[in-house]
Ligand binder design. Structure first.
Ligand code: GLV
Length: 317
């Protein structure tokens, strides 16, 4: 029987597996003869038409001769591209989810309010029982610079704009977004970095974005600005970020993603007074939404239709 194999070398995907089974069995689905198998349970490699993966284990994908596509169970696909034995021709899909983008917009809005209203300073003063009223300014006086203007970045930019913040956005390709100052190019322009009170990284992990946020990058930011990373940990050189925070070049950082996750107990980020660590929770699609998208693509592949939300390997997203 045609099989959808669910696998991860790092995470427990049993709940998602149940959601995939439910989606395949749903009355509106036409894939009731689809078997969902949670790796490493037994399966016939010739039956596997699709793999739903997060950090797929090495050795698995090349052993599936009937594989039609590999589905990332998240928005990012770098964990699949990094697989050393990823078969060359097989298409890769990602999750595109409006609610996930809204979740990201909420996370960044919270960070913008945190810094704009001075909650970082207020919380720091609470430890010394210091009562000091910070000056109040309009949200429009606070400029948020967003790096990455795909589905997530666009929702984030709109949410901030609609809440009165001044918003700039930089992306590789040119975009137009009402009420948002946009920049295009291969690297973040000096003007974009120098004018933003808070820079937010929402970029996919590619060769070009790995290590992008380094000493030079932080030095080009507006003195006293804040930094938010909800892209990928590998985009930030942690030592350079800590140096910029300690030198006072940066006011604070909100970090949701890290080189190694879970973040190591020994990481200095946990206890740094200017850093807020969140456990890669900025935004996620629900299991039901992930399952629905993947099962729909299985259905498409089996009825000879083109699958949706495929990525361009060369671009990395
Ligand atoms: C989360 O990081 C995702 O890739 O969906």
């Amino acid at each position: 029987m045609a099989t959808l194999l669910v696998c991860s070398a790092t995470d427990d995907l049993s709940t998602l597996c149940s959601a995939l089974e439910a989606a395949a069995a749903a009355p509106e689905g036409q894939v009731r003869d689809l078997k969902v198998v949670l790796w490493p349970a037994a399966f016939d490699p010739w039956d596997v038409v699709a793999v739903a993966a997060w950090n797929p284990p090495a050795g698995l994908l090349p052993a599936l001769p009937a594989l039609k596509f590999v589905a990332s169970i998240g928005a990012g696909i770098e964990h699949i591209l990094q697989c050393p034995d990823l078969p060359e021709e097989v298409p890769i899909t990602r999750i595109v989810d409006t609610q996930q983008a809204q979740g990201m917009a909420e996370y960044v809005l919270w960070a913008a309010l945190h810094f704009h209203r001075g909650f970082d300073e207020i919380l720091a003063r609470q430890t010394s029982r210091t009562w000091r009223v910070p000056p109040q300014a309009a949200a429009s006086a606070f400029r948020v610079g967003i790096m990455g203007l795909g589905g997530m970045g666009t929702q984030v930019a709109k949410r901030l704009r609609d809440n009165g913040f001044s918003v700039s956005a930089w992306a590789r390709r040119a975009h137009e977004l009402q009420g948002v100052q946009t920049f295009a190019g291969s690297t973040p322009p000096a003007e974009f970095l120098a004018l933003s009170d808070m820079v937010v990284c929402l970029l996919p992990l590619t060769a070009q974005t790995t290590g992008l946020c380094n000493a030079e990058f932080f030095a080009a930011m507006k003195p006293g600005a804040a930094f938010v990373n909800a892209g990928r940990g590998q985009q930030v050189v942690t030592g350079d970020l800590l140096a910029a925070l300690d030198a006072g070049q940066l006011r604070g950082a909100v970090l949701d993603v890290f080189d190694t996750e879970p973040l190591s107990q020994q990481s200095p980020l946990w206890s740094h007074p200017k850093v807020i660590v969140t456990p890669h929770m900025a935004s996620a699609a629900t299991d039901a939404s992930i399952a629905c998208q993947i099962v729909s693509n299985v259905q498409r592949v089996r009825s000879g239709q083109a699958i949706e939300n495929t990525v361009t390997r060369e671009q990395g997203y």
